[in-house]
Each structure stands twice: as structure tokens, then as C-alpha cells.
Design a protein around this ligand. Structure first.
Ligand SMILES: N[C@@H](CCC(=O)N[C@@H](CS)C(=O)NCC(=O)O)C(=O)O
Length: 291
């Protein structure tokens, strides 16, 4: 079967964009990014290796990234016994047969509860699904009244569908995209940087007291909020905190470029800043292997 257009033919001489006839040959356009060596367009295991297992019922397979922190924070807050195993995504350990068995999406974190709902092991993918599973199992950090429970779910979906991917893509273009792809990098940083600012603004306005989930836009805002839902620390705070915290950290800084926090002008989000600074960080005080 012939390949109608190669990657090089995607942009015509007159500057018009011509869609490639096939993705074959196009994958190489991502060469040079820090994860190019492990990114492939297919799912499934790439090599055989069992997952390590400790003695606790809960086994966490993760890494100290914002998606990994979410589960580390919750497990530490719950005070339950668990074993944490580092999965080095930089060398492709998320593609071992054992990890894929626990998480067919090959992304950290993965969790196995060896005392699952029916007493047999239960593997869970997706960090927010893990948070809901643990919060329901332990009856903690998940509001019990239906109204707050629904608000909590909304922030969890917002986090996993918007804040996480948009911030992650901002970081990819700012830090990991190939140095020579200047136009692509600038476009990605601008596109996702704008969206990250909008998402920070959503959190900042909510924490400032705007909106009460009644749907009544004419109601005046309430006073500022300490937590995303009601007046208690919940899994909504634990899920949304790591990606906001990341922006203030060093992870998205690149030498000779403005730091992420300055580029995004984070100082203007005063309520978000106060919430990030005030959020408990129990996992930071612990052994870093606790993820
Ligand atoms: N929606 C997923 C996202 C997980 C995710 O993107 N994990 C990243 C690290 S933060 C990963 O494992 N990347 C490895 C890869 O892309 O191969 C979740 O919330 O669990």
C-alpha cells in the first residue's frame, strides 16, 4: 500500500496546509522531544515483567508527578497502610506486562487493592477513579450530602478532563518539545498557556467566592473559600492541588526562558495562591519514596 503523502509534504510550498494521507511517516515529527523514545501509537505490553508486591493490601505503582501525587496525598491523609513502588516512565516501565495488567492505559499511577470489593484483587486505572474508590471505601474526604457530593464530582471531572491535560500540554511545549521546533513550541506554549491561565482563573474566582452552583447568576458572591467544596478538605482539593502547585514549582522552567509562574503571571491569582500555600502537603514531609 502506498503512502500518499510523507510528513515533509504536509506543508506545501505556498504555505497551505495539506493533511497527510496517512499517519505513517508522520510520527517522526515528534522526534527530539524528551519522551520520543517511549511514545508509540499503540497500546499493550512491550515486555514481560511482573509487578513487585509488598505486604499491604494496597499496592501503588506511581511516580512523583502531579497525577502520582494525588494518590500519595490521599493515602497519607487516610493513614492507611500501603506499599509504593516507583515506575520510571522515562525508561518505559509503564509498558511492562505487569503494569499494563494493572492499568491498560500505561500511565502512572496504577493501584491494586488486594482486598477488593468482593475480597479479590481489584486493579484501578485513572487517578480520580482511584480517589473515588479509596474515599468511598474509607468513607472519608468525600462529602456525604448529595449537593456537595455532586459539586465534588464536578471538580474531579474538571480536573481530570481539563486542568491536568491542559497544564501537562503546556509543560510539554514549554519544557520537553524539541528545541529546534521553535514555531511549534511557541504555538503550543501560547495555546496551552492561555488555557492554563483561564483554568487558574476558574479556580481563583471560585475560591474568591463567585458562584454557588445554584445556577443563579444574579446572586452576589459569597465570602472567599478555603476549600473547593463546602467547608471541608475533600478529594476535590487533593485532585486539583498538584497541577496548580506544579506551576509554582521548578518543573516547568526551562533555562534562558521565563519561569512558568512569571510567564503565566500567577501573582494575579491571589485566592489560588493562598489555597495552594495553605493546602496540607502530608506526602512532602514523608520519605520521598512514598510518592
Ligand atoms: N488521566 C490519567 C493521566 C495519567 C498520566 O498522564 N500520567 C503520566 C505521568 S503524569 C504518565 O504516566 N505518562 C507516561 C506516558 O505518557 O507514557 C490519570 O489521571 O491517571
Amino acid at each position: 500500500m502506498s503512502v500518499p503523502h510523507s510528513a515533509a509534504q504536509t506543508f506545501r510550498d505556498d504555505g497551505q496546509i495539506q493533511n497527510p494521507g496517512s499517519t505513517r511517516g508522520f510520527d517522526s515529527r515528534t522526534d527530539g522531544n524528551q519522551f520520543a523514545g517511549i511514545n508509540q501509537p499503540t497500546a499493550g505490553p512491550r515486555y514481560e515483567a511482573e509487578l513487585p508486591k509488598g505486604s499491604a493490601p494496597l499496592q501503588l505503582y506511581s511516580l512523583a508527578t502531579p497525577n502520582g501525587w494525588k494518590i500519595g496525598i490521599l493515602l497519607e491523609e487516610l493513614g492507611v497502610s500501603y506499599d509504593a513502588h516507583v515506575v520510571n516512565i522515562g525508561v518505559g516501565e509503564q509498558f511492562s506486562s505487569g503494569f499494563v495488567g494493572a492499568n491498560p492505559n500505561s500511565k502512572i499511577p496504577a493501584l491494586i487493592d488486594h482486598e477488593g470489593p468482593d475480597g479479590s484483587p481489584m486493579a484501578i486505572m485513572e487517578s480520580v477513579a482511584m480517589m473515588l474508590y479509596l474515599a468511598e471505601k474509607c468513607q472519608a474526604f468525600y462529602p456525604s450530602n448529595p449537593r456537595e457530593r455532586c459539586e465534588c464530582l464536578q471538580w474531579l471531572f474538571w480536573q481530570v478532563g481539563g486542568q491536568g491535560p491542559m497544564t501537562g500540554n503546556f509543560g510539554h511545549f514549554k519544557v520537553y518539545a524539541p528545541s529546534h521546533e521553535v514555531d511549534a513550541r511557541n504555538y503550543g506554549v501560547a495555546r496551552y498557556g492561555m488555557e492554563v491561565q483561564r483554568l487558574c482563573s476558574v479556580l481563583d474566582r471560585h475560591l474568591a467566592g463567585h458562584g454557588d452552583f445554584s445556577g443563579d447568576t444574579k446572586k452576589p458572591g459569597t465570602s472567599s473559600r478555603a476549600y473547593l467544596v463546602g467547608d471541608q478538605y475533600s478529594i476535590a482539593d487533593m485532585a486539583c492541588f498538584p497541577w496548580a502547585y506544579m506551576l509554582w514549582g521548578k518543573g516547568y522552567n526551562r533555562p534562558d526562558q521565563p519561569d512558568a509562574k512569571d510567564f503565566l503571571g500567577l501573582e494575579k491569582y491571589v485566592h489560588l495562591k493562598a489555597w495552594v500555600a495553605g493546602s496540607p502537603k502530608p506526602w512532602l514531609k514523608k520519605d520521598s519514596s512514598k510518592l
